[in-house]
Design a protein. Structure first.
Length: 620
């Protein structure tokens, strides 16, 4: 096989390409937003620095001396020129604009204003005139009821005027009619803020699409190996399991364990023959050297830069209240990212940093073991996935060999019974859903609805080549099931790092669907589409367990005819916590956990900088 550790070392940086179609779509959306943000930022430099109209003084003659309180463009203004702002009152010299109102089916009003003369002129009190050079300039106008009106000649209007210090030109960049205040155009601050906000959102999307440094390496290694067939043990003995075809996933073996021919079938708790730790045991793999940085850090620093610039420009663009709302939202979201990242990093590192004990030398107390699932004396289970009554029929599934039952399932679902049966299972949970419409009127919702679920387990052995340890998975599974069925608030806390599941099956092993969601049957309610999702742990699977090791009851040892000659046969592991240590079990070895972990720099420092960048502008 060669040294399995040779492919498990990386440099300082890897790209962290997305995993799966959803990841690539997210990256595409993020890059598209980035491409929009950059031109917006460049365009912002060509705009005037438009202040809020309420901060601009009202003057009779815009061409007079600059008032002391007139806002001055301190940075480069329109096309690089500097100037100042004033408001003035003028009179229209001809029919100026038409305001129209329309109403949609929901009764919502929609207003629009059309400037009739593309080169409208306004007469000032001193007889001078100003020209509206841009008919798309923002307008303030009243919206009385839903009644159209026309702004005629001789009506007073308010003008927002930019006085260009380089050319002396007086530019009308905002208008207010019929007593309304003139509106300001999209200014540099607003455009800058928009570009930075878009950059911040794009950075978050791109961060989410970037995979951990070891994820693609793990996928590459698993793509190079085919999953071996799982086993099933019942009264007839050990044989290959009957189950739907499975192509493997990131929680499967990367380096296959020895075959069943090396198992000590007569003494299942004893070491294999020859005795050797499994190739994928942490003591064989050694310490992974994963990259410190991926594009996750690059996008994270982009978010920090964008939020920092938002703190500079948002006050001028949106005012103190707008700035507080914007920065407060970013600070809250950054805090949630940090909380989730910290919780995940802490949980995964508690696994990685805990020494893994070979089973032959495991001691009483909290311990971590990694190995292969092998059958205990009770064997493994055959699980029938789905309800005990054929959906839409009163025909019960009571006899696995019944031709009537098979025919009923065939007619109702289009599948034979054996497609719902999985052998070799030691722990499982399945979910059955139905596609239908529920509710009435505007409350109708058509989607996949929960219809049934089940879980179960049986004891098994974790064997790492040096010995087997008796494990009762129910002590982990029952706690996880309670967490899975808790209220929405508790599930949200778990999502963001405040809670955890003690038993992780990983992705679904099998899932299948019967019926088409766009078929006539799905619309009429006849033979409604259904789908099933099966998560399970099977004989031959890799498994990681962190739990409490304790002596087995003497009655249990006697029931199996054990004489204590193999020390580890006298012990058992349960999913009990200890002070500062939380029990957990998952399908897969430590390798799959290690490859899902980001470096401390990416998991802690980058999110912490995001929080600081978002909070500081609020405090200043």
């Amino acid at each position: 096989m060669g040294d399995p550790r040779q492919d498990l070392h990386q440099g300082t940086f890897v790209f962290g390409a997305p995993m799966g179609l959803a990841g690539w779509i997210a990256m595409g959306l993020g890059l598209l937003m980035l491409l929009i943000a950059v031109p917006t930022f460049i365009m912002a430099g060509t705009l005037v620095d438009a202040p809020p109209p309420g901060e601009v003084p009202v003057v009779a003659d815009p061409g007079g001396e600059q008032p002391d309180d007139a806002p001055t463009v301190l940075r480069e203004g329109r096309q690089g020129d500097e100037g100042h702002w004033v408001r003035t009152t003028a009179m229209t010299t001809s029919r100026y604009a038409e305001a129209t109102c329309t109403t949609n089916e929901e009764g919502e009003e929609s207003w629009s204003l059309y400037v009739v003369n593309q080169r409208s002129t306004f007469e000032l009190p001193n007889g001078d005139t100003l020209v509206l050079t841009d008919p798309s300039a923002p307008h303030g106008y009243p919206k009385p009821g839903c009644s159209d009106y026309t702004v005629q000649a001789g009506e007073n209007v308010e003008l927002l005027v930019f006085i260009n210090h380089e050319t002396g030109e007086e530019e009308v960049l905002g208008v207010g009619v019929r007593g309304e205040q003139a509106h300001r155009p999209i200014g540099r601050m607003t455009a800058f803020t928009t570009s930075f906000a878009m950059l911040a959102i794009a950075s978050l999307v791109l961060m989410g699409s970037t995979s951990p440094p070891g994820a693609r390496m793990l996928k590459k290694l698993q793509r190079e190996h085919d999953p071996h067939q799982r086993l099933h043990q019942d009264q007839e003995g050990l044989r290959y399991a009957v189950a739907p075809e499975w192509e493997g996933d990131q929680h499967d073996w990367v380096f296959d364990p020895p075959g069943v021919e090396v198992w000590n079938r007569a003494m299942p708790y004893a070491a294999d023959n020859p005795e050797a730790l499994l190739p994928e045991h942490p003591n064989n793999l050694g310490k992974l050297h994963l990259a410190t940085f991926t594009m996750y850090s690059v996008w994270g620093f982009g978010f920090v830069a964008a939020v920092t610039m938002l703190g500079i420009y948002s006050d001028r663009a949106y005012g103190p209240i707008g700035r507080f709302i914007l920065q407060g939202g970013l600070a809250l979201f950054s805090g949630l990212v940090f909380w989730a990242s910290w919780g995940r990093w802490k949980r995964l590192h508690s696994i990685i940093d805990t020494p893994t004990s070979p089973v032959r030398s495991v001691a009483v107390g909290m311990a971590e073991v990694v190995g292969e699932v092998r059958p205990a004396a009770s064997g493994s289970m055959r699980v029938t996935v789905g309800t005990q009554t054929v959906p839409g029929s009163s025909t019960a599934i009571t006899a696995l060999t019944s031709g009537v039952a098979k025919a009923a399932i065939k007619s109702m679902t289009g599948q034979h019974l054996q497609q719902h049966t999985v052998d070799g299972v030691v722990a499982y949970k399945w979910l059955q859903e139905v596609w239908e419409t529920r509710g009435s009127g505007d409350e109708k919702v058509t989607k996949w609805w929960h219809e049934a679920e089940d879980k179960g387990s049986t004891p098994f052995l974790i064997h790492d080549g040096t010995g087997g340890l008796y494990v009762d998975p129910a002590t982990w599974l029952d706690r996880s099931w309670a967490a899975a069925t808790q209220g929405k608030g508790s599930r949200m806390a778990s999502l963001f790092g405040g809670g955890r599941s003690t038993f992780n099956f990983g992705p679904a092993i099998f899932d299948w669907q019967v019926g088409n969601i766009v078929s006539v049957g799905s619309v009429t309610g006849i033979n409604r589409p259904r789908r099933w999702t099966m998560h399970c742990l099977r004989i031959g699977d890799p498994v990681y367990a962190l739990g409490k090791v304790q002596p087995r009851p003497s009655a249990a040892l006697a029931a199996e005819g054990l004489d204590g000659s193999v020390p580890c046969s006298n012990l058992m592991m349960t999913g009990e916590d200890d002070i500062g240590v939380s029990a957990s079990m998952h399908r897969g070895t430590e390798l799959s956990v290690m490859c899902a972990v980001r470096s401390t720099t990416e998991a802690i420092i980058t999110p912490a900088l995001m929080v600081i960048a978002a909070v500081l502008p609020i405090l200043m």
